[in-house]
Design a protein. Sequence first.
Length: 122
Amino acid sequence: METRMWYEGAVSDSVQLTLNGYWITADIEAVGFSWEMGGPDLAGRSIQQSNHPGSADNPAATHTYASASDVRIIHEVVWVGTAVMGGPGIPGSVIVDLGEAKLFTARDYEVIQVRTPVVRGD
């Protein structure tokens, strides 16, 4: 059976701080999603990447395992961010590239095998 993957977490966030007349606004956005579907050996390994999180109806990644086994799936979300700051003595505002951060999670997954009987109609 096909294993379908998607990400349901937040895909952006923002924070604003003010202190002694200075201010900063930082924004982050999820720009990449990947799933490493492990297998009992390297032959069963697959890495799939997407620039969208997907959904249950439109998964971002799919994988069909060849046989039943216990595997580990590693999910990665790539975040990028920028900050804008200003205040007394700062002409205009300053934009700061916050760079990229990759956050991983891993989960054990039991691949089951389902057999459907074939029924012949006459």
